[in-house]
Design a protein around this ligand. Structure first.
Ligand code: 5GP
Ligand code: SF4
Ligand code: MG
Length: 458
């Protein structure tokens, strides 16, 4: 998912959020929503579909205010359709809040159970709603939203980057491992503040990157400016390495470094680890292009455009069913015969998860006359499921969880296949360290499943 928040009295915050979500559309295409605080209350509009499908000009004009949050959804835990759309609106006595969440919470089953015992009603199956209801519960108890957020953060486990709006303030907070990204930006001439999943969403509204929100940090942005409070003594930054491999937009900065440059470097490293005799290097658009460029440069081979992408088709991986996913590849990509015919090809892509995409692309290239297809993947084998908000599928669906590299090669029909090593990947994303690489190495930063008794609040 993608989240965005803005505090900017005097500006059209609903429209700015719309633009911010537009820049984050690659992070989720199932639903979109915006909540605006106008000093008195909070208004929400959300629906299934792309940002441009959900909001008309009139919708945005109908949401004046000075503080807003927004969300684009890529579902990983329950609640398909409207139910899963965010922000979640909650009423706490006379205060209305709206919450938007990127990530996945791993211990909401029993927390939901306890809230239900206390008589708190639920509308969806989504983990984020549990967080919204917990914030409400603890805010009522302590009479302070800040306390409500702090107590909730002490209860929930997993990955979260959250933005929350009430009638007169914006809050942004991140889990103690900082697994999902969140950045703070400033608008020019002191006109306000922006928080977003990625820096590309700051760029689109003309905000300057100030810094990343720290693990375990709660930011409150209001008339009093930006204040920061830390909910955890020991914070360990364990950001998701997959953001660098696939999820983030190449024009974003992660850990202060260009994602594009990091991906080029992964390709260079891959060329050193897994060289092959070939005529041309091509990348699978879009996320395979920068590493293909790096591979070609390091190998001294020409870099060519062998696959053309239809710009108007959403990411295939995000289509929920296998049939749609298989259809999706051909809707999205076509081989360029002039470039590939009679050639020995190095084909670079960011990842193999289920293996569906790659098998079809290899077939497509052979049909277009490629004489050899050598597949190079700029990430290691995905052998473990993600529990923190990236839908890499269950263990059974992951082709590399149950197949050797040679077996995967055979399945996808390639002449050779190689993955970037974990060490190679980590070298490319250095000097920042501590990355979560659990989908590659199985070392989860947050216990899964979580310990149950510890946090009971009944
Ligand atoms: P597969 O067909 O092997 O399951 O999917 C791999 C392809 O899906 C890659 O081309 C990758 O760019 C794309 N992809 C889209 N979304 C995701 C995601 O959330 N995780 C991973 N690993 N790959 C994704
Ligand atoms: Fe990212 Fe993989 Fe960790 Fe999930 S398991 S947070 S995809 S690195
Ligand atoms: Mg891809």
């Amino acid at each position: 998912c993608g989240v965005f928040g803005v505090w900017a009295p005097g500006l059209d915050v609903a429209r700015m959020t719309y633009f911010g979500l537009h820049a984050l559309q690659h992070r989720g295409q199932e639903s979109a929503g915006i909540a605006v605080g106008n000093g008195r209350t909070v208004l929400v509009r959300k629906d299934v579909g792309l940002v441009t499908q959900v909001f008309s000009d009139a919708d945005l004009a109908a949401m004046p205010g000075h503080v807003a949050v927004g969300h684009v959804r890529y579902g990983t835990s329950g609640g398909e359709g409207w139910e899963g759309a965010q922000p979640h609106l909650s009423t706490i006595e006379d205060v209305i809040i709206a919450l938007a969440h990127n990530g996945t919470l791993v211990n909401t089953d029993y927390l939901r159970h306890e809230l239900v015992e206390l008589g708190v009603p639920f509308r969806s199956e989504v983990d984020s709603e549990v967080a919204a209801k917990l914030i409400g519960y603890f805010t009522k108890k302590t009479h302070h939203l800040r306390e409500g957020i702090a107590s909730t953060m002490a209860m929930i486990e997993g990955a979260y980057a959250m933005v929350l709006v009430r009638e007169n303030a914006l809050y942004a907070f991140r889990d103690p491992n900082g697994i999902r990204p969140l950045v703070l930006g400033e608008l020019p001439e002191g006109r306000g503040w922006v928080v977003a999943s990625e820096t590309c969403a700051l760029d689109i509204v003309g905000a300057r990157l100030v810094r990343e929100v720290e693990p375990g940090e709660v930011l409150r942005i209001s008339d009093d400016g930006v204040t920061s409070q830390f909910e955890y003594q020991a914070q360990t930054l364990r950001p998701c390495v997959f953001e660098q491999v696939y999820f983030a937009r190449p024009d974003s900065l992660v850990g202060g470094r260009s994602v594009y440059s990091v991906r080029v470097k992964m390709g260079e490293r891959l060329a050193a680890e897994a060289p092959v005799d070939a005529d041309i290097v091509i990348g699978v658009p879009d996320s395979g292009l920068p590493p293909a460029e790096g591979y070609a440069r390091a190998a001294g081979l020409p870099f060519g455009e062998g696959l053309i992408k239809n710009r108007y088709v959403a990411r295939t991986f995000i289509q929920p069913t296998q049939e749609l996913r298989e259809m999706g590849v051909r809707l999205k990509l076509n081989a360029l015969r002039d470039v590939v015919e009679g050639k020995r090809i190095v084909l670079v892509d960011d990842s193999i998860v289920r293996g569906t995409t790659m098998a079809q692309i290899v077939r497509m290239l052979r049909d277009a006359g490629a004489s050899e297809v050598h597949v190079r993947i700029n990430s290691p084998e995905v052998r473990f499921p993600c529990f923190y908000g990236i839908d890499t599928g269950t263990q059974e669906q992951l082709i590399s969880a149950s197949h050797t590299v040679e077996e995967v090669r055979e399945r996808i029909g390639a002449d050779s296949l190689a993955f970037l090593s974990v060490e190679g990947l980590l070298e490319c994303v250095a000097p920042m360290d501590g990355y979560c690489c659990a989908c590659f190495d199985g070392r989860y930063p947050v216990e899964v499943p979580p310990s149950l008794e510890r946090h009971s609040f009944l």
